[in-house]
Design a protein around this ligand. Structure first.
Ligand SMILES: CC(C)(COP(=O)(O)OP(=O)(O)OC[C@H]1O[C@@H](n2cnc3c(N)ncnc32)[C@H](O)[C@@H]1OP(=O)(O)O)[C@@H](O)C(=O)NCCC(=O)NCCS
Length: 185
């Protein structure tokens, strides 16, 4: 597969292709998956997210990827790397890791499996001084993954985001430094 970026035991992480937008809208842009992320987006917003990921791959060699379940070939998630670009964030430009898994595949360890491969790829291929992840205290599954990645809570990087509800404010951050990663692997 020419667009393959990473492979794990159960998953393939590849760049976006024609046809992914419809699958993303059906399986990932749902009220349940988007519950902590400001709700369901307009199709053009997802299209813009794909374009941003591809531009990031072209410019920097990394981006958000489609997560495919090897056993079925089904699209099960959207995970990857980007630069912190939230205008409210105190650390613009830091390398950021993120994840979405479709609801009928939750609690199978897929998000952590993908995230671990992405974390290690990030440090091996791009050697950033720090890798951060953003979520809210209410999104327990998400910060649990951050803890399992050996990321540490960075209260100093928290910020309020008017795009999110009170339940999902403030945005909280976790981070792992280059040295922290070397100690973790
Ligand atoms: C958050 C999300 C990615 C977790 O995906 P997942 O594949 O179910 O996660 P995993 O199975 O890899 O679980 C990782 C850890 O989190 C825990 N976990 C996952 N969902 C959880 C939840 N809702 N509540 C509490 N713990 C949870 C798991 O038990 C596991 O910890 P453990 O090994 O100590 O048991 C998924 O629920 C999702 O896509 N949510 C919607 C999108 C989203 O909010 N993304 C994050 C944006 S910041």
């Amino acid at each position: 597969m020419g667009d393959l970026v990473l492979e794990t035991g159960r998953l393939v992480l590849r760049r976006t292709r024609d046809g992914d937008l419809d699958l993303h809208l059906r399986h990932l842009n749902t009220p349940e998956v988007m519950d902590h992320l400001g709700g369901v987006k307009e199709p053009h917003e997802i299209e813009a997210k794909f374009a941003k990921a591809e531009a990031s791959f072209a410019r920097e060699g990394f981006g958000f990827m489609m997560v495919v379940e090897k056993e079925t070939g089904d699209l099960v998630g959207h995970c990857g790397l980007k630069r912190v670009d939230n205008p409210q964030a105190p650390n613009p430009g830091d390398m950021e890791i993120g994840w979405l898994i479709r609801q009928d595949r939750w609690r199978r360890g897929y998000a952590f499996e993908a995230a671990l491969a992405i974390r290690d790829h990030a440090f091996r291929a791009f050697d950033p001084p720090v890798l951060v992840a953003l979520t809210s205290a209410a999104n327990v599954g998400s910060w649990r993954i951050m803890e399992k990645l050996a990321m540490e809570r960075r209260v100093d990087l928290d910020f309020r985001d008017p795009a999110f509800s009170d339940r999902d404010n403030p945005t909280i951050q976790y981070a792992i430094t280059r040295q922290g990663w070397q100690e973790a692997v």
